[in-house]
Ligand binder design. Structure first.
Ligand code: COA
Length: 336
């Protein structure tokens, strides 16, 4: 292990493996037009989404998480028993107790690795990357898996055209492991929240959960309530400012980046960010057309696509960015 600039033993972090899992059923814009008053043209123009995956009976946040983690373990060429810790980011856990993560660890054969669910909505996977990097850099943990797994269809109201067009189900996992090169890993990160804005995006369980003003509440508990326009505006301004801040802190410019991997909320939000950063086509990953908004799973779905396409190499700088309910927003800048 090498010595870092401050004289202590420096621990680098390496991205060892990535895997994803998708349900088998798809729900196209045409299918949705049969459920609510909408059409393919409106959805495509306003969101960029063409289709999304929907979990059928028997497919759960846990089963998708297990499949994605197994794929990531294979990709890393590791054994499940090498995992020290699993962080599972989700806004659709199976139960409040036990954590979904604990059962995932058991099912992949990684017990007694640590296990914890992480609730930061669409920011969850990137929050998880930041936590994993910090855990490994302390030297206390060697190998940490971060999973984003969601079955948003279970909290989607398929009578509400303002929300049901957006969301899909999926999971993605990344395995991070200690590396001898301290220059590798997370170079800069931010994790932020503004809880006063919680009522812009929430899933109420009982009347006690409703905001003082019930404006916009669809009347359906246990489904996602969203003020789309406010979330849109907040996402555009916050994403841009947090990217600027992170790059400045790290002394990095957009041209230094091999890829920007953002949470997939809306194609228009992503195009605005791409334009402002003056990024060429392909550098900011957009795959929302195929999956919709899969919350914590969207960033690892993008990461997996880039990796499988052979478009990421050792030493590349990659910026992850996400924003979601809370509101919570986050960045993570990595040297692979
Ligand atoms: N099909 C057809 N028309 C629709 C529709 C649908 N699925 N959903 C809404 N409309 C209508 C509205 O009723 C409204 O009609 P009106 O002008 O007659 O009242 C019109 O389209 C415009 O609605 P608006 O809400 O202003 O659309 P928008 O351009 O803001 O797009 C979202 C709506 C939801 C796609 C967009 O606001 C968005 O993506 N917001 C961010 C959501 C997000 O990212 N959430 C997750 C955060 S992680």
């Amino acid at each position: 292990m090498s010595t870092g600039p401050d004289g202590r033993a420096g621990v680098g972090v390496r991205l060892a493996g990535v895997g994803t899992a998708l349900p088998t059923r798809t729900l196209t814009n045409e299918d949705l037009a049969g459920l609510v008053d909408t059409n393919d043209e409106w959805i495509t123009q306003r969101t960029g989404i063409k289709t999304r995956y929907i979990a059928e009976n028997g497919t759960t946040t846990r089963s998708l998480a297990v499949d994605s983690l197994r794929a990531a373990i294979d990709d890393a060429g590791m054994q499940p028993g090498e995992l020290d810790m699993v962080l599972l980011a989700t806004m659709t856990p199976e139960m409040s107790c036990p954590s979904t993560a604990a059962r995932v660890v058991h099912e992949v054969g990684a017990s007694p690795a640590g296990a914890m669910d992480l609730a930061a909505a669409c920011s969850g996977f990137v929050y998880g990357l930041n936590h994993a990097a910090a855990l490994i850099q302390t030297g206390h943990y060697k190998t940490v898996a971060v999973i984003g797994s969601e079955t948003l269809s279970k909290i989607t109201n398929y009578e509400d055209r303002r929300t049901c067009i957006l969301f899909g189900d999926a999971a993605g996992a990344a395995i991070l492991t200690a590396d001898d090169d301290p220059a590798r890993g997370c170079l800069a990160q931010t994790m932020r929240s503004e809880g006063s804005l919680w009522g812009e995006l929430y899933v109420p369980r009982t009347p006690d959960d409703l905001p003082e003003s019930h404006d916009g509440f669809t009347g359906r508990f246990n489904t996602l309530q969203m003020n789309g326009q406010e979330v849109f505006k907040f996402a555009v301004t916050t994403t841009q400012s947090i990217i600027d801040e992170t790059l400045e802190n790290a002394g990095v410019t957009p041209t230094d980046l091999a890829a920007v991997i953002p949470h997939q909320s809306n194609r228009r939000i992503l195009e605005l960010v791409k334009k402002r950063m003056d990024l060429p086509d392909g550098k900011l990953v957009i795959n929302i057309d195929k999956y919709g908004n899969t919350s914590a799973a969207s960033v690892p779905l993008c990461l997996n696509e880039k990796r499988r396409a052979g478009e990421l190499s050792e030493g590349d700088l990659v910026l992850f960015v996400a924003i979601g309910g809370g509101m919570c927003w986050t960045t993570s800048l990595w040297r692979l």
